[in-house]
Design a binder for this molecule. Structure first.
Ligand SMILES: CCCCCCc1ccc(Oc2ccc(Oc3cccc(O)n3)cc2)c(O)c1
Length: 259
């Protein structure tokens, strides 16, 4: 049987599994089906507990799980030194990490504090640059880096506010990193996912209205699932997307094409 994906046994780092609803967990399940070897990173102890519980439930034993606080450069460096030291070569990274203060995710954007703006940018956007820099030395066979974005980066979505500006910076960083890393045959792309009910989504005002609007106006007349995001992320990590870099791929039932 032709191996189109060429991901069997490849080492993929997945950052941002908080629980079973996380997009990153949807990605992990697609990657497991393709036979990849997954390494997980987490920030909070409760996420470590959830990851261990999920790995047991889904019968994935003894996976490498490493602590990484993306707001701390030393933590990122230590995490990737540990991962590189244990697996040798890293073939892919899924960056599914973002955060903003809840008061900055509702009401008027003009009231965003300087510290709230900086925190959202540091966690949700700068962290990709630091991760790419620390992982690069271990991506000696080339590879693929994927981050998660949302339509609010490109269009105004009421309530998304400071996270929209952070995702705009993230999407632009994807393109500048694509230029830097292309010569190492490392591709950098974003998956822009439609609204999906995750733990993080609870923090964004007007989330429920958006879900309903998508069902009415998106070309596919339905919302997308983390499994569909997982499968397209798999494709973007795989040999199938070897000619694509610096791109924003929408997995959103086509909602973004509607005016
Ligand atoms: C008004 C927009 C509705 C659709 C939002 C879709 C979406 C859902 C979740 C997303 O990811 C996050 C991640 C962290 C985040 O910050 C949070 C989350 C919960 C609590 C809190 O204090 N901050 C907000 C959104 C995201 O980037 C986009």
């Amino acid at each position: 049987m032709e191996d189109l994906l060429k991901l069997k046994g490849k080492n993929i780092v997945i950052m941002g599994v908080a629980n079973e609803r996380s997009l990153a967990w949807g990605v992990a399940n697609s990657l497991y089906k393709a036979g990849a070897n997954l390494i997980f990173t987490y920030r909070l102890e409760r996420s470590l507990k959830k990851i261990n519980k999920l790995l047991m439930e889904y019968n994935h034993s003894d996976q490498l799980i490493v602590q990484c606080d993306v707001n701390d450069d030393d933590s990122i460096k230590d995490a990737f030194q540990e991962i590189g030291g244990k697996v040798g070569t890293i073939h892919g990274i899924v960056h599914s990490v973002a955060f903003a203060h809840s008061e900055d995710l509702k009401g008027e954007f003009i009231n965003t504090s300087r510290s709230g703006y900086a925190f959202a940018q540091d966690t949700s956007s700068y962290s990709l640059i630091a991760v790419a820099r620390e992982a690069k030395p271990f991506m000696t066979e080339g590879g693929s880096i994927i981050t998660m974005s949302y339509l609010g980066a490109e269009k105004v979505v009421p309530g998304y506010n400071v996270m929209g500006v952070a995702k705009a910076a993230l999407e632009s960083s994807v393109k500048y990193l694509a230029l830097d890393l292309g010569q190492e045959n490392i591709r950098v792309n974003a998956i822009s996912a439609g609204a999906i009910r995750t733990l993080a989504a609870k923090g964004v005002g007007s989330f429920n209205e958006i879900l309903h609007k998508i069902e009415e106006t998106a070309p596919l007349k339905r919302n997308v699932t983390k499994e569909e995001v997982g499968d397209m992320t798999l494709a973007m990590l795989s040999n199938l997307s070897r000619g694509v870099t610096g791109e924003i791929i929408y997995v959103d039932s086509g909602y973004n094409i509607i005016g």
